[in-house]
Design a protein around this ligand. Structure first.
Ligand code: SF4
Ligand code: SF4
Length: 510
């Protein structure tokens, strides 16, 4: 289908890497729905440093959609729900993909898949206020399903001045294919979710951003857009360049604006939500049921058949791989995410979380040994591909000398850890790993600095209080003495009192 006049075609940026699309997923991988496994392990903690509380105990019977955990600190981060019905057999901390430890609720599934009877019915869009909708989305625990897990409701603040909603279906990292499958099969749902989010934000426009080479997904979305006939929605075709699907990069490409360092994307007047998040919003508002499944791409040389699988959150990776046809190799390496930004997964007993968009499985024999690192030859290739216009070779020298002031000057904070600089570096320098480490060190330094500043403030406040107390007491004493001095009767009485006290003590001694 040719590009129509209502569609926007975005030009190739100067940065990034155009990876060839693997032949195996040229038309998108097939989507299969996995039956319920016997056990689900639901991670309550989804982001590092966010405290969570379990709402159920061992032995409890839970139903699909029932709240089993809550994030303690932020009301808009919402609840975590049981993905199916069964009995809670453990509540314990364990590693999950992307986190060294998370409090998890283990559910022995009863295969009845009962729905929680207290679930509220569908929400009437015509009568619901924006606040009602936003609060409902928060309580449903809907988070950004692109991988970042940022609570969807935080971005859906009707008080922000938002001109456009951007639906992100770009999925630029090679091999990841789950949003492609969702668009091919449920474009209508994605667009309904976008309309609901536009209603909350008061946005006048929605840009549906997809990769220009994702033909089946584009065709499905064009058909859905035509059927809906909402003139506020337009398709934007993005060049297949990595990392064009990053939130900041997408906003920049679509609007020709940059998010200032330290700024928040929505401060530009554009709110970006992933297509899977939009579909989750639509389903929840239409049925009242919080999300219990997600689509995961299973791919890589270590797998027999690459495929997209829709599965319950909490399914173990081993069950998922078995359903997909099993491993192709005896020894494999697992990552959550794609080959560029994927995080290593220790073993396949770990559960699928809301963040698991892809499980990338490499056969041991296909793993490339990291070539020996050579000195930087100042070729500048790393700066050319950097999507945030940093100078990685300069960052490298500051990082290697632990010069944190220089790293800040050079804009280390803006690094999105995309790995493009590593990919092109002819000297095989692991630049990104160094930047990730330096960013963590910077955060630690800032944390320590804040702690020291707070301690200093506390000490100053305590000293000030002590000083005030002492001077108040002294002032009261001075005032009392002055009053006695100025009053001859009082003065006489005090002298008589003192004399009486001394006489009493003398008698006691006798
Ligand atoms: S690509 Fe590698 S060798 Fe070239 S300037 Fe950057 S760090 Fe140096
Ligand atoms: S990892 Fe950081 S420095 Fe390297 S290309 Fe990506 S954003 Fe730029």
């Amino acid at each position: 289908m040719p590009v129509t006049t209502s569609e926007i075609q975005i030009a190739q940026p100067t940065w990034g890497i155009a990876f060839p699309r693997p032949a195996v997923d040229a038309g998108g991988l097939p989507l299969r729905v996995m039956p319920l496994p016997d056990r689900l392990v639901v991670a309550l903690q989804q982001n590092p440093g966010i405290a969570v509380k379990a709402l159920v105990k061992v032995g409890a019977l839970v139903a699909r959609g029932e709240p089993i955990g809550i994030t303690a600190e932020n009301a808009f981060a919402g609840h975590i729900h049981a993905p199916s019905s069964g009995r809670v057999v453990a509540v314990e901390s364990q590693p999950v993909p992307g986190l060294p430890a998370s409090l998890c609720v283990h559910i022995e599934v009863d295969h009845e898949d009962r729905l929680w009877e207290k679930l509220k019915p569908r929400i009437d869009l015509a009568s619901a206020s924006t606040t009602d909708l936003r609060t409902a989305i928060a309580s449903a625990g809907i988070v950004g399903l692109g991988g970042a897990l940022f609570p969807a409701s935080i971005k859906l603040d009707p008080d922000r001045q938002v001109s456009s909603l951007i639906l992100n279906g770009v999925e630029c990292e090679p091999r990841i294919n789950c949003d492609d499958a969702l668009i091919q099969h449920r474009s209508d749902e994605v667009l309904l979710g976008a309309q609901i989010m536009m209603q909350i934000l008061g946005a006048q426009e929605c840009l549906v951003a997809l990769k220009a080479d994702a033909k089946p997904a584009l065709d499905a979305m064009r058909t859905a857009l035509e059927k809906l006939g909402d003139k506020r929605m337009r398709l934007a075709l993005l060049p297949p360049v990595y990392p064009a699907g990053g939130e900041a990069q997408l906003i920049q490409l679509l609007n020709d604006i940059e998010i200032p360092a330290g700024g928040l994307p929505w401060e530009t007047g554009h709110v970006c939500q992933n297509v899977a998040t939009a579909a989750a919003v639509a389903r929840f508002i239409s049925t009242g049921e919080p999300p219990s499944t997600r689509i995961v791409t299973l791919t890589g040389s270590g797998l027999r058949t690459p495929v997209n699988v829709e599965t319950r959150i909490g399914t173990s990776i081993s069950d998922l791989v078995e359903f997909a046809g099993g491993y192709a190799s005896a020894a494999v390496q697992l990552s959550m995410g794609g080959p560029m930004m994927g995080l290593a997964v220790a073993n396949d007993s770990l559960p699928v979380t809301k963040a698991c968009n892809c499980i990338y499985i490499q056969a041991e024999e296909s793993l490339v040994t990291q070539p020996t690192e050579l000195p930087c030859i100042r070729c500048g290739d790393c700066a050319v591909v950097c999507p945030v216009m940093l100078s990685p070779q300069m960052l490298l020298s500051a990082q290697r000398t632990n010069d944190f002031d220089r790293l800040s000057e050079l804009g280390l904070d803006a690094c999105v850890e995309c790995g493009c600089c590593d990919y092109v570096c002819p000297s095989h320098i692991p630049l990104t790993a160094g930047f990730t480490e330096a960013k963590q060190q910077q955060r630690d330094i800032a944390f320590e600095r804040r702690r020291a500043e707070k301690a200093e403030l506390r000490f100053a406040a305590r000293s000030a209080r002590q000083h005030t107390r002492e001077s108040t007491a002294q002032q009261a004493l001075d005032a009392q003495t002055a009053a006695i001095d100025s009053d001859p009767v009082k003065n006489k009485n005090v002298l008589q009192e003192l004399l009486a006290r001394v006489n009493k003590q003398d008698k006691k001694k006798e």
